[in-house]
Ligand binder design. Structure first.
Ligand SMILES: [Mn+2]
Length: 466
């Protein structure tokens, strides 16, 4: 799979800087500048083992620089971008890589002015700002510089401003997110073709990672979940060390980044290739939860309302199957949904898998089971990218106490639920971008999720394996 990006990382970062500068009031006498420090290589605890370098998201967003030890000054009033490149010693060329020439760095990142990092203090002094916006409290001292005398320092606003910028994805970001989703969808399908009784969870991780590496995606967007059997009902299971058995479900929740932009996909499949009756019944409920909420995802809708829609769909499905009793309204009022679906419906996604901005200033979490973990509580707007990931789990730690609870137990059909305590769980997750089209969104994820599609691919794979 080859990608043909129309917008280079440098061009994308230039667009992001324009948006960033537009958030500042540049008309007054306030000569403010912004100082940001890019990430450095980190080590495993107290050793010389270098962890893979991944640029800090905000620095990446504004500069497009994906190598360590850079820093930058941004001048909102003039729109200037000063980039400070580290001075590399000869040993760098021996141990780490070719040292780029100034011309090469200029061509690659296109700053207005390129400096060596030891010029930071003198550039700072020359700009003579009245105020410095720094990315963190220790930013200036970590860079080894001091603010000019009388200059005010603001440690907090830049993060808030960049969160606002990142809420609505630009064309360059969407290109990368589309490609990340295509590559991750293909890799998930390779795993789908490999799932079988007797295989191990970590082998499925190997298939996913191997396929993504072949597409050039080298960085996980998060710690992936490869969970079979009862592990699939552990929301953040990452041990991935169990043999998969006939009759169980397998849940995969994993995604890799492309140029910093991640995909976050989840699918759940029967290990033996055919859904049992109860697996089919539960899967159909989750698929319905996902389809209903995806259909309703459009500008103007509130994320908590999508969450409530998922909860109602879940309860209707469980009522139809006789797993719970009562009216949907009463079941909602007693928080019965949260026994089976204890996490939020979705979150923003972008440079970070849980991209910031889910809660506008002054908006608090809803203090109620399940929904209190919802990572977004705001109205959807065109350009926002989010996951839609409903689930249905049989979690003994939640159902056990509920069976004993005088109120909740009255809504549960214990004789139907108790045999399912080792059922595991189901989650289906796609990545969407809200837009102004008729449907109100674009679904970036192209991975199969219908029961007959899944079973057909698994049957075909079995035939190929022999
Ligand atoms: Mn997710």
């Amino acid at each position: 799979m080859q990608t043909t990006l129309k917008i280079s990382a440098a061009a994308m970062a230039a667009t992001h800087r324009e948006r960033f500068y537009s958030m500042f009031d540049t008309k007054g006498a306030d000569d403010a500048i912004v100082v940001l420090r890019g990430a450095s290589v980190e080590h495993r605890y107290d050793t010389d083992f270098e962890l893979p370098f991944r640029q800090e998201s905000r620095f990446w967003y504004l500069t497009g620089v994906s190598e360590p030890d850079y820093s930058a000054i941004f001048v909102p009033k003039t729109g200037e971008f000063h980039l400070f490149a580290p001075k590399r010693e000869t040993s760098y060329a021996v141990w780490n890589g070719r040292i780029r020439s100034q011309e090469e760095i200029q061509e690659l990142y296109r700053p207005d002015v390129l400096h060596n990092s030891d010029a930071l203090q003198s550039v700072l002094d020359d700009l003579a700002p009245t105020r410095i916006f720094a990315g963190a409290e220790e930013e200036l001292s970590a860079l080894g510089v001091v603010a000019p005398e009388g200059c005010a320092i603001d440690h907090r606003s830049v993060v808030d401003i960049l969160t606002l910028c990142r809420l609505h994805k630009t064309d360059g970001e969407l290109e990368r997110m589309r490609f990340a989703n295509q590559a991750n969808s293909a890799a998930h399908e390779a795993v789908l073709r490999s799932v079988r009784p007797g295989a191990w969870e970590y082998q499925m991780k190997g298939v996913l990672e191997g396929t993504l590496m072949q597409h050039g995606l080298q960085f996980p967007a998060y710690n992936g979940i490869y969970a079979s059997g009862t592990n699939s009902a552990i929301l953040h299971y990452v041990v991935n060390h169990q043999e998969m058995s006939d009759g169980e479900l397998f849940l995969i929740d994993s995604g890799y980044e492309f140029e910093g932009y991640g995909a976050d996909l989840t699918r759940t499949w029967p290990v033996n290739g055919v859904f049992s009756d109860v697996q089919r019944e539960m899967y159909s409920i989750v698929l319905e939860m996902q389809k209903n909420t995806i259909d309703a995802t459009r500008p103007g809708v509130k994320m908590e309302d999508l969450h409530w829609l998922a909860c109602r769909t879940l309860l209707e499905g469980l009522l139809d199957g006789g797993y719970v009793k009562g009216s949907v309204d009463d079941l909602m009022a007693q928080n019965i949904f949260a026994l089976f679906f204890p996490h939020g419906l979705g979150h923003f996604i972008g440079l970070d898998v849980h991209d910031p901005g889910g809660y506008p200033k002054g908006v608090d979490r809803i203090d109620r089971p399940g929904v209190r973990f919802l990572r977004i509580r705001r109205e959807m707007e065109s350009g926002m990218a989010l996951t839609i990931e409903p689930g249905l789990y049989m979690i003994p730690a939640l159902l056990g106490p509920a069976f004993e609870d005088p109120i909740q137990s009255g809504f549960l059909n214990r004789s139907k639920l108790e045999p399912l305590l080792h059922f595991g769980g189901i989650r289906i997750e796609d990545n969407l971008v809200v837009n102004d089209s008729e449907s109100g969104h674009e679904n970036l994820t192209s991975l199969v999720k219908e029961i007959d599609e899944i079973e057909a691919i698994m049957k075909d794979a079995k035939g190929v394996r022999g």
